[in-house]
Design a protein around this ligand. Sequence first.
Ligand code: UDP
Length: 311
Amino acid sequence: MRILITGGAGFIGSHLSDRLLAEGHTVIAMDNLITGSTRNIEHLAGRDDFLFVKHDVTNYIYVEGRLDAVLHFASPASPIDYLQLPIQTLKVGALGTHKALGLAKEKKARFLLASTSEVYGDPLVHPQVESYAGNVDPIGPRGVYDEAKRFAEAMTMAYHRYHGVDTRIVRIFNTYGPRMRLNDGRVVPNFVAQAIAGQPLTVYGDGSQTRSFCYVSDLVDGIYRLLLSDEHEPVNIGNPHEMSVLEFAQLINRITGNPAGLVLQDKRIQGDPQTRRPDIGKARRVLNWEPKVAVEDGLRQTIDYFRKVVG
Ligand code: UDP
């Protein structure tokens, strides 16, 4: 296939590009580089099956020639990023999704939307199953991301139902691995950087809030299976291994041998979900997918990467 990935220089977009190239596809990666980085794709430069285009997909997208798939991964994705870039976040979820869908329709290409567990907001159903409609505050600080992605899902289903575009929606849960931005403010880069520096880990609130962390290669495998499937309704991809943020901090300190412990800080963003764990029954059933990488193994890979980045 000849595939366009918006957000192709981002954390997930770049790993997905690697996988698609390894499967023999041709990849056009598009990114405006506000949160992505060409460092994530520099190893692909010069290949004749890979092209990078710097473009903001909230503006009209022009791609010459055939396209078989459009994967829409462009968006700030860390709470710190989307709090600093609220309008761009809303625009890429709304206008960017519209442009990417318009391109897929024009090219008769299949379309895959990178959605998020944030569509469930601070969930009242646990674990989160795809049929749960969520608990999102539209005017809260996280609303700029959550509502943008909810709109993106609605737009995707409208193009599917009204225009017959061959669409997919993946709801991505917390994912980690090499190429996360060191200063993106999320818990994994923060904790790993602090642990490497021998500093106490900054646990926000009392650390009782939970997350379930999926290693990026597992996520990419689920997305690739979804792309090849015929499933049009949203599918959760994530690792159901749930931990409190406090337990997660202790695990990272143990793996890195960091003696500095942790410090509790009153920094939780309003609406920070108290619990999050994917129900992956549908992914198991429809995609025959489940995560394979244990959190300790994934963290070791991630720690090795950050050690190199920090130098
Ligand atoms: N968090 C933390 N310390 C940090 C960064 C984040 O305790 O230095 C917490 C944050 O309050 C949240 C969880 O870790 O409860 C995950 O936050 P992240 O920003 O990684 O992503 P989210 O899952 O909230 O989108």
